[in-house]
Structures are given as C-alpha cells and as structure tokens.
Design a protein. Structure first.
Ligand code: SAH
Length: 379
C-alpha cells in the first residue's frame, strides 16, 4: 500500500531509535504525497532509510506517533496489538470487574485508551490517526471483548490540540447510563457518559483497597469524587468526612453508600483548600487524612505553582492529624517526580514541626509497560 512519506531529522531519527514513541514537529524535514492530519505515514530519515509507520498530525506539536518498525498497520495489525494487550492483562493479573484494557502508547496503539466496566467497553481516541480508524477499532473490540455496549468518551481537552471535536456517545449496542461494578467488596457506580475520565478513577483501584489497612477512627477524604477511598475506608473507620467540589460526584457517592449499606460517610461540597483551613481553625482532629487532588501541574511550566499547591494542602492536612495519624497522599502530575514529591512532603512536615515515617509507596493500578502516566506515594 502506498502511503504519504515524512522525512525526519537526525535528532528525530535518534529519538525514535532510542525508543521514544513520538517525534515533534521541529524534527520534520519534509512531507510529501498529499498528506493530511490523521494519515498513517511512512517515516524516513535524510538518508532514505525507512524508520517505520506512524500516525501523522499537522496541528499538534507531536507530529508523529510511531506505530511499527516494519509491520504494515492494517486491520490485522491493530487486531494483533489489541489482542496482545488483552492477553497480557488476563495473564498477569486477577480478573477484575473493571479495568483498563488498552493503555495507548504502552500497548503500541498511540492515543487509544480502552476501559472495561463489566460488559460495557469505553474507548478514547485522543489523536487524529486513532480517531480516523475508530470504527475499525470498535469492530475489533466487539470481536475480542464481546461487550453489551461500546461507549465513545472523547471529551478530554487534549483532543483540541489535534483539531478534534468533543464527542460522548454510545458507539454500539444497548444504551447505557449506569453500570454497577465490584471494587473489592463494594458495588461501585460507573456512569460512562458523564462521570470523570471514563467513569471512575481506575488507576486508583488497588490503592482504594490498600487504604483499608490504614483506616481507623475519624477519616477525612479530600477530593473524594464518588468516594473511591471514602467508601473503602468506611468499612473500617468510625466515620468518614468526604470533601469534594462537585455536587454531582457527591450525589453518586451517596448512591454508592446507600447501595452498600454504608452509613458512616458524611459528604461536604466544598473547596478542599478552604475546608482544610476551616477544620484546623475549629481544632478538629482526624486519625487519617486522604488527599487525591487533580493534577496541579499539567505541563513542565506549571511545576513551580503546583509544588506550592501540593505543599500547601499537605501541610494543612498534617496539621489536622493527631499523634500516630496517617496521611495518604497522592499526585497524578506526570511532571512532579517522586523525589520532588517526597521533598515537598518533608518540607511540609518540617514546617508543621512533625516527623513523618514513610510507610508505603504505591503507584497507579494496573499493568502498563513503558509509560508511567502518574506517580503516587502513600505515607
Ligand atoms: N479520590 C478519587 C479521585 C479524585 S479526582 C477516587 O479515587 O475516586 C479529584 C477530584 O477532586 C475530582 O472529583 C474533582 O471534582 C475534585 N476537585 C478538584 N478541585 C477541587 C477542590 N479545590 N476542592 C474540592 N474538590 C476538588
């Protein structure tokens, strides 16, 4: 099959050979063959050596997302890649009611995300190349996963960089507003079309369950969303206060609590920054504080401001803990590395005059290969 050809610089070539899945716009030398954004192209270097096939984007800074060295990226190729991702998870981890099945670049299909909630499959195509072939990808998912419904959840803002419109709709099968899935011993409400991400934060699934071991007395769950942590720890704690700015998320949290017969979780719609200060002012004390904020640093430039934000909430949380209290604190900012995170926690502890003991370090749930989407730590 003849494909448009893109020639890249020596630096672009070295990035690719060194294992990086992307080549940036600055490393393009020339394009030819009536190329358009979303095409699958053949990538060459200045010496006419073929590097492989890639998704091409004319609008994003990420011009090329590498697909394969030699294999022709036809339908059979995408089927093999998805099959490999599904098999890998089946082989390496216990069957879960809900899980991420395809992790984009990590599984060799850039920008293609697939989450499974029971027999409901939710996908995202976050670049032009993946978006162009989404019908074919849905067909493959139907064959391999045998779902009841396939939902397209394409509203992340990164799609704007690719010139793609937001879309959230049923792509195939029965209409689906709500799915109940098991997480550990609890039923969890998933709303694939309106919940955050593709419904729930699957990357915290194992951490929710791990948090139970530390739960006791009075717990504060800051940035609770639908109660991923709050409900798991409620089964062990005396009481849990869940603080969250989204009223809709708290409605779902209460539905989760009711469904599971959990009666010791109080919800409070508030800004966590203000609430931590307010609770401190009232001299309230907690045995455990959980912090799981959204990413404060979405890019490298935002790191300085983000560090201040993370330090501030952690400092305020430490002030609420009694002796022997547990702080379970998370970051999902890719650019906030673990050493930076640990340093800011140490500084916050010093500022509050407390000593911290690091009890456990964890990361996102699931089995990814090369890509680390986020880093998290538990103290
Ligand atoms: N802990 C949750 C996921 C939290 S995601 C779980 O494991 O399921 C971060 C949450 O913080 C989102 O639900 C978002 O609505 C909320 N949020 C963002 N900024 C906030 C703020 N300043 N105060 C309170 N909640 C906030």
């Amino acid at each position: 099959m003849s494909r448009p050809i893109v020639v890249v610089t020596e630096r672009g070539y070295r990035r690719f050979v060194g294992g990086h899945p992307w080549i940036y716009r600055g490393d393009l030398v020339s394009t030819e063959g009536g190329i358009s954004s979303g095409d699958i192209v053949l990538v060459r270097d200045g010496r006419a050596r073929n590097l492989g096939f890639a998704f091409f984007s004319s609008s994003s800074l990420i011009a090329l997302r590498m697909l394969s060295r030699e294999e022709e990226p036809d339908e059979a190729f995408f089927k093999r890649r998805i099959e490999r991702a599904v098999d890998l998870r089946r082989r390496l981890r216990a069957e879960r009611a809900m899980e991420r099945v395809v992790y984009g670049e990590s599984d060799g299909i850039p920008s293609f995300i697939v989450d499974r909630y029971g027999d409901v499959v939710v996908f995202q195509t976050l670049c032009g190349g993946a978006d162009r072939i989404k019908e074919m990808l849905v067909g493959i998912l139907r064959d391999l996963l045998n779902p009841r419904s396939v939902v397209e959840r394409n509203d992340p803002s990164v799609r704007k960089l690719e010139g793609l419109e937001p879309v959230s709709k049923l792509a195939w099968g029965e209409p689906v507003d709500e799915v109940w899935c098991r997480e550990g011993e609890l039923d969890v409400l998933v709303r694939p079309l309106v919940g955050q991400k593709t419904g729930v934060f699957l990357d915290q699934q194992e951490n929710h369950e791990a948090a139970r071991a530390y739960a006791r007395g009075r717990v504060l769950d800051g940035f609770s969303y639908q109660g991923g942590f709050a409900l798991q720890v409620a089964t062990r704690a005396e009481s849990v206060l869940a603080v969250e700015s989204s009223a809709d998320a708290l409605t779902a949290l209460r539905a989760n609590a009711a469904r599971n017969g959990v009666t010791n979780v109080e919800t409070r719609e508030a800004n966590v920054f203000d609430q931590l200060t307010e609770l401190s002012r009232r001299h309230e004390r907690f045995d455990m504080v959980i912090l799981d904020p959204p990413a404060f640093a979405k890019n490298k430039e935002a790191i300085a401001g983000a560090l201040r934000g993370y330090k501030e909430i952690n400092l305020r949380a430490m002030n609420l803990l009694g002796p022997g209290g547990i702080l379970l604190t998370c970051s999902c900012s890719y650019h906030l590395t673990e050493p930076l995170f640990v340093d800011l926690l140490r500084e916050a502890a010093a500022d509050t005059g407390r000593s911290l003991q690091l009890l456990e370090r964890r990361t996102q749930s699931g089995i990814t290969r090369s890509c680390w989407r986020c880093r998290r730590a538990t103290i």
